[in-house]
Design a protein around this ligand. Sequence first.
Ligand code: SAH
Ligand code: SF4
Length: 350
Amino acid sequence: MKATQFLPDVQKTLEARGEPAYRLKQAYAAITESLVRDWDEATSLPKALREALSEEVPAATLEIVRIARATDGTRKYLFKAHDGHLIETVMIPEKGRNTVCISTQVGCAMGCKFCATGLLGIKRNLNAREIAEQVFVAARDVAPERISNVVVMGMGEPMLNYNATLLALKVLNDSDGFGLAARHIAVSTSGLVDKIRRFADEPEQFHLAISLHTPFEEERREIMPVASRHSIPELMSAAQYFVDKTRRKLFFEYTLLAGVNDQPRHVVALAKLLDHPLYHLNMLRFNWTDTGFEATSKKDAKAFLYHARDRGLSATLRPSRGEDIDAACGQLAAKDLRGKPELLPVVPAV
Ligand code: SAH
Ligand code: SF4
């Protein structure tokens, strides 16, 4: 049962008190559906039990340190875990949709050369509760609007924290929990092939995105160390497995880096590599990080997009969001934000 795996500490406390089994279900619903952050808000539980739980196991495991708002409406949440580690989450409002971008690790071990999270190295994995709670906080924050999409594209490589990430997503998808449709949930990976296959075998219809960034082996190795572990043919064979198994669309993420991966030869090679009706190329201009790369200009990015479409690729160019608060893809480093007060109007924590 998901509640047992998701709230092991709560279950232990309930068991020790000799509470009936349905109390765990109620506690699970309080956290995942009613989004309580304090047991006192869980009015389905008797007062004495609420008090006992409050003393022994917190309803919220992440402290909300700060919420920053960008001029385009994007919000960035800075959280502190029980051991002091900081993580970030982003909420992007767009055309009636509210998308939350969540983190799965403190830092990241993959070391992609253009990514601010990669510069941090890895500190630790988040547990399922810490992963899902980021969505719960954003959901409380946007209420009465709802969260319509969750993307696992924040800090960390989700496939290196597979079990906790998947449990969190199952809870988000659970009709007795947060209740978000699986097709509104997407995971992005830098390309760990065994995990891509394992993910394809999961029964839920979650979406997958693979960070490709260049169709050329040598170039990929230079910007993404993971490429030395898995070659592009190995990666494409896992991609093929995913679409064969799931018949779901598969997204390839492509961060446009000026002079690095935005040349005509890249389009030509991409058109060959991604020649499959279920493959979709999702481009994004590089968001500034102190890594020595430059963004492809808007004009060149558009030209690249049209060239890709001319060659038959299904492709889109995503606009960057939340850049003025360093909330865009690849900019999450959970650094102390106090240096930029004019960009960071702090709103009361939910
Ligand atoms: N670790 C996973 C998911 C998090 S990163 C992954 O790498 O796929 C989410 C996306 O942002 C990835 O495609 C990543 O390559 C991209 N990204 C990283 N740094 C970026 C930057 N500075 N500008 C634009 N995209 C970036
Ligand atoms: Fe990690 Fe993804 Fe950043 Fe690479 S791009 S360092 S895998 S978070």
